[in-house]
Design a protein around this ligand. Structure first.
Ligand SMILES: C[S@@+](CC[C@H](N)C(=O)[O-])C[C@H]1O[C@@H](n2cnc3c(N)ncnc32)[C@H](O)[C@@H]1O
Length: 199
C-alpha cells in the first residue's frame, strides 16, 4: 500500500494508526488533549484527519485550526466544522498565532533539520508548544502487513537521512531548548514521547 493511498484516505489512515498503536491509540491523543484547557486557540501542525479535534477536543470549546500538506485532510476537517489550511511546513512563512501549537507524530518529516519548524512553533505559541513523537519503532509490529505499511508510513523517501527519532535522539534535540522545556513524558505505552515547551 503506498504512502499516498494511506494519506489520501482519512479512514485508511485511522485504521492504520489504530493497528500500529493498538490499545494505546486513544491514549496518545488523550495525553495531548489533556494539556489543552477548554476555550483555548489550538493550531495543529501536520494535523492529518484531525482526530485530535474530532474525537478529543471538539467538546472542549477550543478554537481549532489544522495545517497539513494534504488537501483531502483539510477538506475533511472543514466538513467537521473546524478551520484548516493546506500548508507546507517546510516553508519559512511564520505560523498563525495560537495559545497552543501542537505537532503529533510528524516531526520526523523534518529530519535532518527539525529545529526551524520547532522555532516557528515557539514563535507562534502564546502559552505552550506540545510535540509528541514516536520513539519506539512501530514498524517492529508482530503483524508483518502492518510492519511493512508502518515502515513506508514513516519513510520521507529521501533514502540517505535518518528516518525517525529514538528516545535518545529526541531527548538530544530538546536538550537544545533548555529554557523552554517544561515537561517530557512517555505516552501511549512508551510509543511516543510528549514534550511540553513554554514559549
Ligand atoms: C503520521 S501523520 C500524523 C497526523 C496526526 N498529527 C496524527 O497524529 O494523527 C503525518 C502528517 O504529516 C503531514 N505532512 C507531512 N509533511 C508535511 C509538510 N511538509 N507540511 C505539512 N504537512 C505535512 C502528512 O500529510 C500527514 O497528514
Amino acid at each position: 500500500m503506498s504512502t499516498n493511498l494511506i494519506y489520501r484516505h482519512g479512514t485508511v489512515y485511522e485504521l492504520l494508526m489504530r493497528g500500529l498503536y493498538g490499545r494505546h491509540y486513544r491514549a496518545r491523543y488523550r495525553a495531548v488533549a489533556s494539556r489543552i484547557p477548554g476555550g483555548a486557540d489550538v493550531l495543529d501542525l501536520c494535523c492529518g484527519p484531525a482526530t485530535l479535534y474530532t474525537r478529543h477536543l471538539r467538546g472542549n470549546s477550543v478554537r481549532y485550526t489544522g495545517l497539513d500538506l494534504n488537501e483531502r485532510f483539510i477538506a475533511r476537517l472543514e466538513r467537521a466544522g473546524a478551520s484548516g489550511q493546506v500548508w507546507d511546513l517546510h516553508s519559512e512563512t511564520p505560523l498563525p498565532a495560537a495559545d497552543y501549537v501542537v505537532m503529533q507524530a510528524s516531526l520526523y518529516h523534518f529530519l535532518p533539520d527539525p529545529e526551524p519548524v520547532i522555532d516557528r512553533m515557539l514563535a507562534a505559541a502564546r502559552h505552550g508548544v506540545l510535540i509528541a513523537e514516536p520513539v519506539r519503532n512501530l514498524t517492529a509490529s508482530d503483524n508483518r502487513v502492518l510492519a511493512g505499511i508502518g515502515s513506508r508510513f514513516t519513510d520521507p523517501g529521501d533514502g540517505e537521512q535518518p528516518r525517525r527519532f529514538t528516545e535518545e535522539t529526541l531527548d538530544e534535540l530538546f536538550r537544545g531548548y533548555p529554557e523552554h522545556v517544561e515537561e517530557r513524558t512517555l505516552i501511549a505505552g512508551g510509543r511516543e514521547k510528549l514534550y511540553v515547551l513554554r514559549p
